[in-house]
Design a protein around this ligand. Structure first.
Ligand code: GRF
Length: 217
């Protein structure tokens, strides 16, 4: 079976990229990474791609005048690799309507909260500050609004009384590394449909496999 061609867009550390690289290293995994693009030169994620022998490119936001030109360059670079799915993995730029529309249905993101709660940045600080008991992470299709779009997979984690943002971030991150490959797998298996802006996982009335219950750690 042909593997789904995936491109991954990063801006930094690339630990989610690494989780996808590791998943794709399994010959039975139904997707493979054809290209990594960073909008920042010299980041750790680019080294991870290099070590895995995956083609990588830098499309540096600073080299372009305005978001449209940057996003045209991004699309041009993507098209050369012909991805069927584009994964944002710690990509720290807000993408415009043109780019999001161009890749609609083929563009997904991971966010370190249980969306639609805690959109935006400094998520874990705000979660701890709010005193909520459960947090988590979400993989979703990208829509023009920031951190918005049909939810594919979520994982929940407990928030402990003595957590600071770093402790919570680490607990959430370990779940991110589980659910991003899971979401890519579900899409690659052709099991994901969007109906009325809700994701349906083929063969499951309840989106079985799209929910990871709270875990400790
Ligand atoms: C992750 O927490 C992800 O949810 C958020 O940015 C962070 C990226 O981390 N969008 P990494 O670069 O994948 O390690």
């Amino acid at each position: 079976m042909a593997r789904l061609k995936v491109a991954v867009l990063i801006s930094g550390r690339g630990s989610n990229l690494q989780a996808l690289i590791d998943a794709c290293a399994d010959a039975d995994f139904p997707a493979g990474i054809v290209l990594v693009i960073s909008d920042v030169p010299g980041v750790q994620g680019l080294s991870r791609a290099g070590k895995a022998g995956i083609p990588a490119a830098v499309v540096d936001g600073k080299d372009f005048e305005g978001r449209d030109r940057f996003e045209d360059a991004l699309t041009g670079t993507l098209l050369e690799a012909g991805p069927e799915l584009v994964c944002l993995a710690g990509f720290m730029r807000v993408l415009g309507d043109g780019f999001v529309g161009r890749w609609r249905g083929r563009l997904i993101n991971i966010h370190p909260s249980l969306l639609p709660a805690f959109k935006g940045v400094h998520v874990h600080e705000r979660v701890v500050e709010a005193g909520v008991r459960i947090s988590g992470c979400t993989v979703h299709f990208v829509r023009p609004a920031v951190d918005d779009g049909p939810i594919i997979v979520q994982a929940a984690v407990p928030v402990h009384a003595d957590d600071d943002a770093d402790a919570l971030a680490a607990r959430v991150l370990s779940q991110e590394h589980r659910i991003y490959p899971l979401a890519v797998r579900l899409i690659a298996e052709g099991r994901v449909r969007v109906v009325d802006e809700h994701v349906l996982i083929d063969g499951a009335a309840i989106p079985e496999g799209a929910l990871v219950n709270p875990v400790d750690g």
